[in-house]
Design a protein around this ligand. Structure first.
Ligand code: ADP
Length: 668
């Protein structure tokens, strides 16, 4: 089966003897074994039918030295156009006899073959060609075993690679191709170091020295490089390969892709680290009662966890005059730098997070098209990624927000959000506790102030009473004078009595023992009488009353309700020293009646309005006006016990209007 009609004569054209040519041709044609011939370049110039059967294919046009799809030497090393038994024979000029080789068929099956290359020499002993006789010994020697084994290797789920003692790769299976991305052709003959990251090259030296000394490297977890230069986590087991004389000639390496396991391991490690961190933050902040210390701890820890270039904790608080303000603590940068960052605290990014709706992440501020969310690109720190997170209480109340920035885009992930939200809620609780603590502290201060105030308030009428009594004891002859002083003493005694009864009532409320004597009564009448009674004692102000003219029946305690009206009227007079009128009006509908007691006095700030109904509270600037800060607390308690409510409408400097509402009595 000549490749071209004159191939054989090409080989033998050195022979002028036609009969010799004929003899050779006949020998080739009738050769009983697979047989082929190559020129000195390796091009196949002749092969017989038996060779085609053995190779399982007709040799390709560009086939060199063999028509087989692939062949290996007896150690399993791939034979290449540069390294094979025919070339060895040609180069050395010696016929070394038979070599055992493996031929791989296109269907991946293997044949074990004895290859016996021989040289064609011309008359001058020049090599003109080489021919090879192949003897299939597969069945004889290994039966099916080897091919099954090779199949297993080939299709194994692990990468199976063999290399010689210089680290040159000699075999490479399909899984190796999958894991590392290189094909068999690309890797055979290459150094294994192609797969090893530069900073791990040392590993190969250690591995080879272990192999040379006959040791196995078991389940060694490391990192290798893929064709696309990305890193891959692998577990490798490397064992020495021995030839049939027991000499170590290379190593077989089984590599398993453990990226997923490593990913999970790392995720788990990170998770436990985060947990530990969370625990320590939680512990640290719950032990602290100082707002500043909590803010700083949380800012530092969250900035560290997110790997941010800077972190800021904005914290809403109220100053001593009741104004809301925003404090911020920083981590990773200084106040000086941060102030230059042009971060406008009012940007919509903040608003969104601070309004408590949800965390906001921006992967690249320079590319973000959501204009309503953008923060100005900061030219100072070159921050690109942003993340903002509300810090809120379980009740939903937002008490602040965390903001993080990173110079690189897409630095903040959902995972960060999750961890941060749990820190944020712990921080919120801790801050709330610390506020409570501050409040208690200030309540304590208030209590001390109260005791001082109470002693002063109680002492003042007492001093007056004592004074009047002393005068009386000295001037008993003047009856008119005596009457005047007795009256004055009585007024002061009343004042003293009302102060003491306020105090007593407060302690009864505290003990849950404030008694009510409930009856059905005409509330309009009660208001009119209370105003009358009050008018006797108040000389400075006139009470202007706007009546609704019809009876209003309520169920209540007459005395207590009168106390409410007198309290509100006294306050209206007390806190409008520059005017001479206070106004009372009655308003009703089918279900309820409202009383408005209005003055044109000093009024109340919004912050004070929130606090006036608490015990001991007195607004700023009323120190020159006597009082214990208990009247409104009692008033509110009494009204609420009547299923009513009380509110105040006021502006500082513009007077105050106290309106309380009670349900009307309905006969059942
Ligand atoms: P007291 O008048 O004894 O201080 P109250 O409980 O009656 O205590 O009032 C609490 C505080 O509320 C007062 O100290 C005062 O600051 C403020 N307040 C009450 N009524 C008025 C009012 N009509 N106008 C302005 N401020 C008022």
């Amino acid at each position: 089966m000549p490749i071209s009609s004159n191939s054989v004569s090409d080989i033998l054209d050195t022979s002028s003897d036609q009969s010799v040519y004929e003899v050779f041709k006949a020998i080739f044609e009738n050769h009983p074994l697979p047989f082929y011939a190559c020129n000195t370049e390796g091009k196949i110039i002749y092969f017989n039918e038996l060779a085609v059967n053995l190779w399982g294919q007709v040799p390709k046009d560009n086939a060199l030295w063999t028509g087989a799809w692939k062949s290996y030497n007896s150690e399993g090393v791939l034979l290449t156009p540069q390294k094979n038994e025919l070339l060895d024979c040609l180069k050395s000029g010696k016929e070394d006899g038979s070599k055992e080789i493996l031929i791989e068929l296109p269907d991946f099956s293997l044949k074990r073959v004895i290859s016996t290359p021989k040289l064609f020499l011309d008359k001058q002993n020049n090599i003109v060609a080489i021919h090879n006789t192949l003897v299939d010994i597969t069945a004889k020697k290994t039966g099916e075993k080897h091919s099954i084994f090779t199949d297993i290797v080939k299709h194994a789920y692990n990468a199976i690679i063999s290399k010689d003692l210089n680290g040159i790769i000699t075999s490479w299976n399909l899984e190796a191709e999958k894991i590392f991305g290189y094909s068999e052709e690309e890797m055979i003959g290459q150094s294994i170091t192609k797969l090893i990251p530069k900073d791990r090259l040392e590993e190969e030296t250690i591995i080879i020295s272990k192999i040379k000394s006959g040791q196995k490297v078991d389940h060694y977890e490391t990192i290798r490089l893929k064709k696309d230069e990305s890193e891959i986590n692998v577990s490798i087991t490397i064992s020495p390969i021995y030839n049939n004389k027991g000499v170590i000639i290379g190593a077989s390496k089984i590599a398993r892709d453990i990226s997923v396991e490593v990913f999970h391991q790392q995720a788990f490690k990170k998770y436990s680290e985060n947990l530990e961190m969370l625990y320590s933050i939680g512990k640290a902040i719950s032990e602290k009662l100082d707002v500043q210390a909590i803010l700083q701890k949380v800012t530092d820890a969250t900035t560290k966890i997110t790997g941010a270039n800077f972190g800021a904790f904005f914290y809403k608080t109220t100053n001593s005059s009741g104004e809301e303000m925003m404090l911020y603590n920083l981590s990773g940068t200084s106040h000086e730098v941060f102030d230059k960052m042009q971060i406008q605290k009012q940007t919509s990014l903040f608003q969104l997070a601070f309004n408590g709706n949800k965390p906001v992440r921006i992967s690249d501020i320079t590319q973000d098209s959501r204009h309503e969310l953008t923060m100005p690109y900061d030219k100072h720190l070159h921050i690109k990624s942003y993340m903002a997170m509300p810090v809120k209480l379980n009740s939903g109340k937002v008490i602040g927000g965390l903001l993080f920035g990173h110079k690189e885009p897409s630095r903040f992930t959902e995972e960060h959000e999750n961890i941060l939200s749990s820190i944020a809620s712990q921080a919120a609780i801790a801050l709330d506790n610390s506020e409570l603590f501050e409040e208690i502290k200030s309540l304590n201060l208030k209590k001390d102030e109260f005791i001082a105030l109470a002693s002063h308030e109680l002492k003042t009428p007492l001093t007056s009473i004592k004074g009047y009594l002393q005068i009386l004891s000295r001037s008993t002859h003047d009856k008119e004078m005596s009457k005047l002083f007795v009256n004055k003493a009585l007024i002061q005694a009343d004042k003293l009595e009302s102060l003491v009864s306020d105090l007593l009532n407060v302690s009864k409320i505290e003990a849950g023992k404030l008694q009510f004597n409930i009856e059905v009564l005409d509330f309009r009448q009660l208001v009119i009488e209370s105003i009358e009674n009050f008018s006797y004692t108040s000389r400075s102000h006139k009470v202007v009353f706007k009546d609704n003219q019809s009876p209003l029946i309520v169920e209540g305690d007459q005395q207590r309700l009168e106390q409410v009206i007198i309290n509100l009227l006294s306050n209206a007079v007390k806190y409008s020293p520059k005017s001479d009128e206070v106004y009372v009006s009655l308003l009703s509908n089918d279900n309820s009646v409202s009383v408005s007691i209005r003055d044109t006095g000093i009024g109340l700030s919004p912050e004070s309005q929130k606090k006036i109904f608490t015990r001991f509270y007195r607004a700023d600037g009323v120190n020159n006006i006597s009082g214990l800060g208990l009247g409104l607390y009692l008033t509110k308690e009494i009204i609420e016990r009547h299923h009513g409510n009380i509110k105040v409408e006021s502006e500082l400097g513009q007077g105050a209007n106290f309106i309380f509402t009670l349900p009307l009595y309905k006969k059942t």
